[in-house]
Each structure stands twice: as structure tokens, then as C-alpha cells.
Design a protein around this ligand. Structure first.
Ligand code: GTP
Ligand code: SPV
Ligand code: MN
Length: 587
């Protein structure tokens, strides 16, 4: 199958354990893909959607108990528990293997075992990394084909002697009680059992490109982050790049494909990536980012021509939809899509839609589609060295507390700000929705090691370069007393991006507050936006009382990391507390 002896030995060992009927080395060809699709149409794994309106599009309904990432069943298995940190579920590697290996025993009997060589990152990039996922799910193969660069060219990379991450996956019986997503960063290995869904099963994505890669990035001096990458072109035609980390289902895909409002004439946004960024310091001292992925696995609900036209124009063809609803004529449908709600729908579980059963599309229903189909796809997206990053943006979904935007004072304060991000939980993971939790750098579910060590790693960059990006914090999700979003969001987020771009050129003025630098009223371009000045003021206000409580919560959270917490984090807490007290006294 392959001339790489390590890979051959591993394939043989997995086959001996899982006893598949057949073994198929995935080459990524069109013929192979067509065969897989036909097989899935025949066995009901996929349903064909309306060929006229949605050419080459398919619907998959996952098991109703298998619709999102499962954080409580996700483990980081390191020799030393402290290395995984309080931010991860931990098991010793031997224990982890002993837990899952018996589940894999004979699990592919009657099934085909697919061996998918894949590359994360552009062909020819020194930053790209290879992996091999072995899976018994043809749905995973079809999705990996969109999300990563799979097949022959990835195998060439491995056969040329590169190391690769081993990912073993089986859907098992889709039993939530026999489901584990295990990571062995010291062994560059992933074992995932019992789920066919997204981040649990497409192992190149969160498991490899974040949990394993973040571990590698620390030891090798780079960053693997849960970030979109976009280019901002100004009316003069100059493009600068930013990367932004928001927690799952908090606006990365939407920001990455933003269409500026008409009033901001001449501004354009170019999409490089929508979920993951790998960043390296260049010889010029700047941070350069690549998108390791090749496709989007995006949230369907809320996506419309109004909110995200570039996305709607991306996903209408050659796409796989998971857990959306369908109209009687076979078109995908979800809450928030354009037009009126059709009187008849089939819901995400395949039943005639009855509002008594909840929403028609699952709140975490998704589309899988090639990035190259996106109208705003950047011509720099496949450049081997990546794009130079001028600003890093962090944020969360906070109905209160966090202002629309602020700028960190310097790198150390920026790392603190990112580490202190909190956000309301969403349907992207199982569990309660809408609960505020700390989600540092939007990496709570994805950092493959102790957050304290991760912040220390972030802080080391300060001494390595004086050309690091500026750091910002944003929040599109503030709500008023009626529970309505105060900021229009989506395309209008361009107004904040424009201010950020200007700040990177040290153009506009700011007001200093204890938590960071806030735009001066007139500097945030609100032309054409009919927003009451009172609302703008409220969006930018920093209330010292509310923030005192917030900083206490941050301090308490940091306390859970004990002695490993970098002293810079404590220093920032103390400074902000002191300055808040001063401003309370002054008031
Ligand atoms: P993952 O793929 O889970 O990582 O999510 P994501 O961070 O890419 O989030 P996405 O852009 O898919 O947005 C998630 C949800 O938030 C969707 O329902 C969007 O419609 C909604 N959303 C995105 N941006 C905004 C915004 O600026 N304002 C408001 N109110 N909602 C937004
Ligand atoms: C996320 O939850 O951040 C996602 C979807 O991007 S998943 O691939 O399931 O992780
Ligand atoms: Mn994501």
C-alpha cells in the first residue's frame, strides 16, 4: 500500500485489532469519491438534495445522540497529569489505551477500513504537517476530502520521510456510553471511538490541528490557534491581515467572510481561513499564519444572504449538510435562512417538522464545503509562508460586561486579556447552552496541554520580536434590557475592523481605561449606521464596579492553575484592580 515501513506496520496492527472486511487506501480521486457517495446514498447515510438548486449536495442525518463535540469524553493522555493541566480531562497513556483498545477490537468486522493520508496546510509549505486517519466511516472520508488535502500528495509527503500523526477512528455503535476522544500528544496519536460527528471524528481538525499541534507548537516555538485569518483591503488597495479567536459558534466563519456595509466604500475582506491558524515568527520578526484546513465545517443556523452572503454563495454546490432540515423539494433549510419558513419541512431527524419537537434544523447543524468555492477566498490562502499578521483579535459571546472593542496595552496585557476571555456556551458542544465560562484564547476545549504553560509560551514571544501584532478584544453579542443584540454585527463588524487597522498604523486616538484602550467616539466609523449615541456609549462603556467583579472572577480562575501560572498574569490582575479602585475613588 505504501513504502513507508512505519505506516505499513501501523496499518497492519490496526487491521489485526479491528478486523475489517476490506482495507482501502484513500487516494482522493474523483472516481473513488463518486463510489463512496453512491454507496452512502444506497445505504441511507446520505440523501441527495435538489440537484437543480443545490448541485452535487448531500444531506447526512447523524445519530440524534451524536450531534456535537463531547468535551466530557475528550481526554489528553500525558505521562504527567500536570502537563495536561486542570483545563483538560486527563488519563495516563497506558490507561487511555487500555480504555479504548478493547472497544476497537473487532469493531470493523463487516466494514471497510479506510486509510486517509492527509496534509494540514498548503502543499509545499514548511509549516504543513501530515497525518493519517484510519476510519470505518465513509462519511468521514467524504468530509476529510473537503476539509483537508488528502490522498496521493499527502502520502508523498509522508513517504518522503516526514513524521505523521496517527489517528484511529471508529464510529463503533454510536453509543454515547462507549464514546471516547483520546489524545496522546507525546506519541503523536489520536484514538476516537463511538462518534461520527465533526470535531470528534474528522481527526485532522480539532484533534490534530489544535490539540496535538498546540503541544508540538510549544516545544517547537510556534502557535496552533482556534483562529480565523482574514485580509482587510483598504480603499487604496493595501491589504493587511488579522487573526481572530472566538469560541465555537461565536462568529469566526462570519467574520472571515464579512462583506462591508455600503457606507464603507472601497473596503474589502479576503478569507484565508475560518477556524484554525498555525502561526510562526518570520525572520522579519512578524507573525506569519497559514490555514491548515482546506474547507469550512460551518454552523448552518443563522446563515443567510443578509448575514453572510459570501457563505451562502459558497455552500450552494458540492456541499455536505449535516442535521439541517429539508424542504419538500429537497432544499436544505435552517432557522435564520432567507425567506419565510416553509409550511412543510422534514426536520433534522427525518420527521415531518412539528415545532413541538423543537427546531427544524439542529442548532449545531453544519455544512462542509471547499474553501476554494468562497467568493472572498484570498489569493494568498495557499502561499507556503502564509500571511503576515498585523493584529490578533480575541472575543467571546457576552451579553454583558465586555465592551464592543478594546485594545490591549502591550503584548503581556494582550496575553492576559486573551487568557481572561469568557463566553456563553453554545450548541457546538453537548451540555448546557448560554452559561458563561472562561474560554482562554477560545482554546478551552482544544489546548492539548496545561493552560498555564500555554500562557507562558505565549508570553515568550515578547522577548523574541518587537514586531508582534497588536492585540484586541471584541464582543459582538452585548444585549440590552429587552434581550436584543445592541450591535448590528455581521457586515457592520467591518467598522471595528477598520478601527483596528487604523490602530495598527497608530492612526486614531484612544481613551485609556484600566482594562485597555477604547476608541474615541468619533474614531469608530459609524457612517450610514442608524445607531443611537446612547447605545454606542453603552457598548463602549467600562463600568468599574462590574469590572471589579469580573477581575475577581478572573483571579479566582487563574488561581486554579497554582504555581504554574506565569507571574505576569498576577501582575496584570494586580494592576487592573489598583486602577479600577482608583477610578472608583475618582468617581
Ligand atoms: P465554529 O464553527 O463552531 O467554530 O463557529 P464560528 O466561530 O465560526 O461561528 P459562526 O460564524 O458560524 O457563527 C455562529 C453563530 O453566531 C451563527 O448563528 C451566526 O449567525 C451568529 N453570529 C456570527 N456573527 C455574529 C454577529 O456579529 N452578531 C450576531 N448577533 N450573531 C453572529
Ligand atoms: C467547533 O466546535 O469549534 C467547530 C466544530 O469548529 S467541530 O469541528 O465539531 O469542532
Ligand atoms: Mn471552531
Amino acid at each position: 500500500m505504501t513504502n513507508n515501513p512505519e505506516l505499513t506496520a501501523w496499518i497492519d496492527a490496526v487491521a489485526a485489532l479491528t478486523t475489517p472486511d476490506e482495507i482501502h487506501l484513500v487516494d482522493g480521486s474523483d472516481d473513488e469519491h463518486e463510489n463512496l457517495i453512491n454507496q452512502m446514498l444506497a445505504d441511507g447515510t446520505l440523501e441527495k438534495l435538489n440537484e437543480k438548486t443545490h448541485p452535487n449536495c448531500f444531506l447526512h442525518r447523524s445519530d440524534p445522540s451524536d450531534v456535537a463535540r463531547v468535551e466530557h469524553l475528550t481526554f489528553v493522555c500525558t505521562e504527567n497529569a500536570e502537563d495536561a493541566g486542570p483545563n483538560n480531562n486527563w488519563m495516563a497513556p497506558a490507561e487511555g489505551h487500555a480504555k479504548v483498545d478493547p472497544l476497537f477490537k473487532g469493531c470493523m468486522k463487516g466494514r471497510t477500513m479506510y486509510v486517509i493520508p492527509y496534509l494540514m496546510g498548503p502543499y509545499g509549505s514548511p509549516f504543513s504537517r501530515a497525518g493519517v486517519e484510519i476510519t470505518d466511516s465513509p462519511y468521514v472520508v467524504a468530509n476529510m476530502r473537503i476539509m483537508a488535502r488528502i490522498g496521493r500528495r499527502a502520502l508523498d509527503h509522508i513517504e518522503a520521510g516526514g513524521s505523521f500523526v496517527r489517528g484511529l477512528h471508529s464510529i463503533g455503535q454510536l453509543d454515547p456510553n462507549q464514546r471516547f476522544i483520546m489524545h496522546f500528544p507525546e506519541q503523536l496519536m489520536i484514538k476516537s471511538f463511538g462518534s461520527g460527528y465533526g470535531g470528534n471524528a474528522l481527526l485532522g481538525k480539532k484533534c490534530h490541528a489544535l490539540r496535538i499541534a498546540s503541544w508540538q507548537a510549544r516545544t517547537e516555538g510556534w502557535l496552533a490557534e482556534h483562529m480565523l485569518i482574514l485580509g482587510i483591503e483598504d480603499p487604496q488597495g493595501n491589504t493587511s491581515y488579522v487573526a481572530a479567536a472566538f469560541p465555537s459558534a461565536c462568529g469566526k466563519t462570519n467574520l472571515a467572510m464579512l462583506v462591508p456595509p455600503a457606507a464603507l466604500e472601497g473596503w474589502k475582506v479576503w478569507t484565508v481561513g475560518d477556524d484554525i491558524a498555525w502561526m510562526h515568527l518570520g525572520e522579519d520578526g512578524r507573525l506569519w499564519a497559514i490555514n491548515p484546513e482546506a474547507g469550512f465545517f460551518g454552523v448552518a443556523p443563522g446563515t443567510s444572504l443578509k448575514t453572510n452572503p459570501n457563505c451562502m454563495n459558497t455552500l450552494g454546490r458540492n456541499a455536505i449538510y449535516t442535521n439541517v432540515a429539508v424542504t419538500p423539494d429537497g432544499q436544505p433549510w435552517w432557522e435564520g435562512i432567507d425567506g419565510d419558513k416553509p409550511s412543510e419541512l422534514i426536520d433534522w431527524q427525518g420527521r415531518p417538522h412539528d415545532p413541538a419537537n423543537g427546531r427544524a434544523a439542529h442548532p449545531n447543524s453544519r455544512f462542509t464545503v471547499a474553501a476554494s468555492q468562497c467568493p472572498s477566498y484570498s489569493d494568498q490562502a495557499n502561499v507556503p509562508q502564509g500571511v503576515p499578521i498585523s493584529a490578533l483579535i480575541f472575543g467571546g459571546r457576552r451579553s454583558a460586561v465586555a465592551p464592543l472593542v478594546f485594545e490591549a496595552l502591550d503584548w503581556e496585557h494582550g496575553v492576559f486579556t486573551a487568557a481572561a476571555v469568557a463566553s456563553e456556551t453554545t450548541a457546538a458542544a453537548t451540555g448546557a447552552v448560554g452559561q458563561v465560562r472562561r474560554d482562554p484564547m477560545a482554546m478551552k476545549p482544544f489546548c492539548g496541554y496545561n493552560f498555564a504553560d500555554y500562557w507562558t509560551h505565549w508570553l515568550t514571544f515578547k522577548d523574541k520580536s518587537d514586531k508582534l501584532p497588536k492585540i484586541f478584544h471584541v464582543n459582538w453579542f452585548r444585549k440590552n434590557a429587552e434581550g436584543k443584540f445592541m450591535w448590528p454585527g455581521f457586515g457592520d463588524n467591518m467598522r471595528v475592523l477598520k478601527w483596528i487597522t487604523e490602530r495598527c498604523e497608530n492612526k486614531s486616538n484612544v481613551t485609556k481605561t484600566p482594562i485597555g484602550l477604547i476608541p474615541n467616539g468619533a474614531d469608530l466609523d459609524l457612517t450610514g449606521l442608524n445607531l443611537d449615541q446612547k447605545v454606542v456609549d453603552a457598548l463602549l462603556a467600562i463600568d468599574p464596579d462590574i469590572w471589579s467583579t469580573e477581575v475577581e472572577a478572573i483571579e479566582e480562575y487563574f488561581g486554579s492553575f497554582g504555581d504554574r501560572l506565569p507571574s505576569a498574569m498576577r501582575r496584570q490582575v494586580e494592576r487592573i484592580k489598583r486602577e479600577l479602585t482608583d477610578s472608583q475613588k475618582a468617581a
